[in-house]
Design a protein around this ligand. Structure first.
Ligand code: AKG
Ligand code: FE2
Length: 361
């Protein structure tokens, strides 16, 4: 096992003889969960999982949550606990996956995945912040991958929090994000007309929630930047209220309150190269080699403040580790301490099929 960027992201590959049945064993699951809590992102390469295997391995990390409301057409696996993501259609041409964003050029021209506030890209987020109880994680399994594009980038929101000046941390600890699934869907639908909207009944079952902007991890005790999601429509002090009319506007028209701008600055900070792992393929281009020494200096300036010790004996840093999804890759991120973003691919030319489970706390 080795780390992808400082102490963030653990990679497990070349598992000689370790097939799905091995990974389904409880004692293996316990070790994987431990590594995941420490590294916040665990990536396992070279698997061949059935939907049933994927669900069973996901369960090592916590109970599985339901597929979000309004995504019935894209359910898969035992009890429909897997959400299929991508550009998959059935033989009659109906979409049977949650569609990928149609945005082009999500990454900057130089390949950087750092957040660009002027364009509001890439769409960095924490999953499921609109839920009453924050989830523990998201697992993504790559079933079919495009030969280029369609990478997922992950940022270390716990180290990003540690990297903020103390005075700013004090200010942010007083704030909450108001997160609404209805607002999330209304906003995505503006870009992607295929995107499904909630019914009135689903909307009632998914009211807006207030979550801390700085979430204290229930297991490691570390704080992380939290609550940044396309569902975030307002940032408020703990005791601040929003009136009904304003809320209707924020939710149904996908309008954002000006207070959300504070999150833009935080995203630029949290997605700086120090905190991110771009999952592209190995590339030793002159540009990346040039960046190597620069990035190396930037890596891990903050000692780990985690309460539990590292079970992993090898800790190498290789900033050129760039990795594109390959069929058989499994990534599990801790949504209480990471953020991630999808990137674009040519949807006319290529097929991308990801399976996704939601891991509850
Ligand atoms: O498709 C991807 O790369 C990521 C999708 C995503 O953000 C999610 O499923 O939560
Ligand atoms: Fe996500």
């Amino acid at each position: 096992m080795r780390f992808l960027n400082g102490g963030f992201g653990a990679l497990l590959q070349d598992l000689h003889g370790a097939d799905a049945s091995h990974l389904r064993r409880p004692e293996v699951g316990e070790a994987l969960r431990h590594a995941w809590l420490q590294a916040r992102l665990l990536v396992i390469r070279g698997l061949d999982l059935s939907p049933d295997d994927f669900a069973a391995i996901s369960r090592h990390f916590g109970p599985l949550g339901p597929v979000p409301a309004g995504r019935d057409h894209a359910k898969l696996g035992p009890g429909g606990c897997i959400l299929r993501i991508g550009n998959i259609r059935d033989h009659t041409g109906n979409l049977i996956s949650q569609p990928s964003s149609t945005k082009e050029d999500v990454l900057a021209q130089d390949g950087s995945c750092q957040y660009r506030p002027a364009e509001r890209l890439p769409v960095w987020h924490t999953d499921g912040t609109f839920k009453e109880k924050p989830d523990a994680g998201t697992a993504l399994y790559c079933h079919r991958a495009p030969p280029e594009g369609g990478a997922t980038c992950f940022a270390d929101a716990a180290s990003a929090w540690d990297g903020l000046p103390f005075s700013q941390q004090e200010r942010l600890l007083k704030l909450e994000c108001l997160c609404s699934l209805t607002h999330h869907d209304a906003k995505i639908k503006k870009r992607n007309p295929d995107y499904p909207m909630l019914t009135e009944e689903e909307r009632k079952r998914n009211p807006p929630r207030r979550v801390p902007l700085a979430l204290k991890h229930p297991e490691t005790g570390r704080h992380a930047i939290y609550g940044i999601n396309s569902s975030t429509c307002c940032v408020l002090e703990h005791d601040q209220e929003v009136d009904h009319e304003r809320l209707e506007n924020l939710e149904l028209n996908g309008e954002e309150d000006d207070s959300v701008s504070i999150l833009q600055d935080l995203l630029v900070h949290a997605t700086a190269p120090t905190y991110t792992v771009p999952l592209l393929q190995f590339r030793f281009s002159p540009r990346l080699l040039e960046n190597h020494s620069l990035r190396k200096v930037q890596t891990s300036p903050f000692p780990s403040r985690s309460k539990i010790s590292f079970p992993i004996d090898m800790c190498t840093f290789n900033c050129e580790v760039c990795w594109q999804w390959q069929p058989g890759d499994l990534a599990i991120c801790d949504t209480r301490s990471t953020m991630h973003c999808a990137t674009s691919y040519n949807q006319q030319k290529y097929t991308r099929e990801m399976w996704r489970t939601t891991i509850q706390a």
